[in-house]
Design a protein around this ligand. Sequence first.
Ligand SMILES: C[S@@+](CC[C@H](N)C(=O)[O-])C[C@H]1O[C@@H](n2cnc3c(N)ncnc32)[C@H](O)[C@@H]1O
Length: 272
Amino acid sequence: MTSLSGGGNAAHPDRIDTSRPHPARMYDYFLGGKDNYEVDQRAAEQFMKAAPEVREGVLANRHFMHRAVRHVVAEGGVRQILDVGTGLPTEPNVHQVARSLAPETRVAYVDNDPIVAAHSRVLSDDPDTTVVLADLRDPRAILDHPQVRAVIDFDRPVALMLVAVVHFVADAEDPAGVVATLRDALPVGSYLVLSHATGDVHEDRREGAAAVYDNASASLHLRPHAAVRDLFGDFTMVEPGLVRVTDWRPEEERRPDAPPIGIYGGVARKDA
Ligand SMILES: C[S@@+](CC[C@H](N)C(=O)[O-])C[C@H]1O[C@@H](n2cnc3c(N)ncnc32)[C@H](O)[C@@H]1O
């Protein structure tokens, strides 16, 4: 695992900090969005020098997420989604993808970045969607949050989405324990949709890429396949298992010269 230092706006967790790059705003820049500051743009450009395929990677990750949402709604029959580490609103958002198949789907969005909450308030003018400022590293606070409880009924199947977020949790913060706490709260028939950056694919430059997050509000922790697979616990992996996001039930062929993407993705079901 590659693990690098970071921090947070601990004194004022609800204030937008423009003094250093934030993962949500860097991700928005990679996706071509406008909700980012110069400090994020500089860090994102630096990351792209170390990992030139990053834009293609974040798009591939978004497309994996869309396919996974369609799977859990259409084939899994799930009508409730808990999306932790949701990022800035990027169309189509999870609720839009889900509701294109099942309009009654309820979605709770959670992120620990105040800018995400600020933007996402725009989304939450319907009672079946909520946006909560909370931290993945405190999973009980998410599960017990009254806004989450108002939208998600934990007695009925839930799709828990942890898409491109667990790699912002350091080993010392116990990512396996955090994800297990969330998995344990879900009833049978629920799903875990998870993607995670890895250094397995581009071993030669993993230090350089992850080091860009050194000064960011959260550091990047690349993990190998086995460690990411463990995050699914005893849930049953949906075919094809944990693979590069581009290989998870692809709907389009990739260009032959497309770069390999260093992000694993998988979907798993709670059967017992
Ligand atoms: C790379 S973006 C992924 C966005 C979206 N899930 C996607 O895949 O398109 C990661 C998001 O996780 C959020 N995040 C990072 N650490 C977090 C934590 N400890 N708790 C909650 N959210 C976190 C960031 O603020 C950011 O919005």
